[in-house]
Design a protein around this ligand. Structure first.
Ligand SMILES: Cc1ncc(COP(=O)(O)O)c(C=O)c1O
Length: 434
């Protein structure tokens, strides 16, 4: 065996060992099987220097792109100056700066007066906090969650999550959640908000009055199902009439993904509780937040706590994100322009596959191919040709475009072209086989 061959053998042994070491639960890295090294904006590079356009964006944790330069340099300066990194929930300069920025740039212009609860750093932790608080405040135990909803993996949030693959029945006891039908579940002619209202109004429906109704305005994992503003208004109204709190889980749809900072702004509703995470820190650092209507802030000190509620590195970059991108409506206008580009391309692509249809809104759009195997084949072809794009929906049948909001026009168009070419490639192969 020559030296080169020996090195190659060692390398492949190491690769297979890595796979043995990392749990079977790993997922994205199976499909996007490269070792990534560097990233900038919408571009990722692997160790071999291959360039990928990133339409995955850390599942919407990177709305401002990879390594946003002002956030990187702000964080480096902060760390070099000996700034606090871990702070439990102690008062720190970094936290104060974030709170001030969030108050003046996000809440005040929208006439919102929410209190801020910092939670353990993942989205699911903030969902747990919101569900607990709703139960405590209302004295009720049931929560209504919707078909297609995704709210996280810890048990309280998992009970609200609909996907059977994650629910792991019958091994895990999940309780306290009643399932209702999301907008459009039975097609456009059935008003599922009216159905829910009837169930909650009828003392013999068997439906307990809920503590809260939790929803996503666009279901990210559930297949880019976008609720109409009318449906959202009806649900907000019925929640109020039935004494339930409305929780909007804006973990994936928020932070500008649909255009405005909050995804519910277009429907002109004001939820009682809002849950944020993912792109909140701007740089992809872990951070989560529950926004609480002030009179509902009935926690006692430490009642919902967690060691990592004070990720000050995330506060630093989150403050920069808010100050830089949300002082005016430039980003919202960019998202609208990019959303139109995506939509125009998707209409074209939908023509290539019989039955395909557009889903989602803003820069949270995709293509429902009605077939998980085809969507998977297209996603894999994209990866081979330099584009990372994931699938979602009950059968993973929806190709989901999650480009950073700041993606330059030329890169966005290049990514969309790569996607279209992959669709053509896969459909031709399918035609040749039939
Ligand atoms: C809408 C929504 N809620 C909650 C979560 C859970 O967040 P995390 O994975 O950070 O726990 C996610 C994650 O994808 C999400 O999309």
């Amino acid at each position: 065996m020559g030296i080169a061959q020996g090195i190659q053998t060692l390398q492949s042994l190491e690769d297979s060992h890595d796979e043995i070491r990392e749990s079977e639960v790993r997922s994205y890295c199976r499909k996007f099987d490269a070792t990534f090294a560097t990233a900038e904006g919408t571009i990722l590079k692997d160790v071999a220097g291959k360039r990928y356009i990133d339409f995955l964006s850390g599942a919407s944790a990177l709305n401002y792109g990879h390594n946003e330069p002002d956030m990187v340099s702000g964080l480096i300066d902060y760390m070099t100056a000996g700034g606090i990194i871990h702070g439990l929930d102690l008062k720190t300069e970094a936290k104060q700066r974030f709170i001030e920025a969030f108050k003046t740039k996000i809440l005040a212009p929208r006439s919102l007066s929410y209190r801020l609860q910092f939670c353990g750093p993942t989205g699911t932790n903030a969902v747990e906090a919101a569900l607990k608080l709703a139960r405590k405040v209302t004295g009720r135990s049931q929560v209504v969650a919707f078909t297609g909803g995704f709210h996280g993996m810890t048990l309280g949030a998992l009970a609200a999550t609909a996907n059977s693959h994650h629910r792991m029945q019958p091994f895990v006891q999940l309780s306290g959640v009643t399932r209702a039908f999301y907008d459009g579940y039975f097609g456009p002619d059935v008003d599922t908000a009216q159905m829910l209202d009837k169930l909650l109004s009828d003392p013999s429906s068997g439906f307990d009055k809920p503590a809260a109704i939790i929803l996503e305005t666009v279901q990210g994992e559930g297949g880019l199902n976008a609720a109409s503003p009318e449906w959202l208004k009806s649900v907000a109204d019925l929640a109020r009439r039935h004494g339930a709190l409305l929780i909007v889980d804006d973990i994936q749809a928020g932070c500008g993904r649909t255009g405005r900072f909050f995804s519910f702004e277009d429907a002109a509703i004001e939820p009682d509780l809002v849950v944020l995470s993912k792109s909140l820190s701007g740089l992809g650092l872990p951070m989560s937040l529950v926004l609480i209507r002030p009179d509902l802030d009935q926690w006692t000190p430490g009642e919902h706590n967690g060691t990592f509620r004070g990720n000050n590195a995330a506060f630093v970059t989150a403050a920069i994100a808010v100050e830089k991108y949300w002082s005016d409506d430039t980003l919202t206008r960019t998202v609208r322009r990019n959303a139109r580009t995506i939509r125009t391309s998707l209409i074209q692509m939908a023509r290539l596959i019989p039955g395909a249809r557009l889903k989602g809104r803003g820069m949270f759009q995709g293509l429902d191919l009605r077939d998980g195997a085809i969507a998977d084949a297209i996603s894999r072809r994209c990866f081979d040709t330099g584009l990372i794009i994931e699938t979602c929906g009950p059968h993973d049948e929806v190709l989901k475009i999650l480009a950073p909001l700041t993606t330059p026009d030329a890169v966005l168009r290049q990514g969309l072209k790569t996607l279209e070419a992959a669709i053509v490639h896969v459909t031709r192969r399918l035609e040749a086989r039939s």
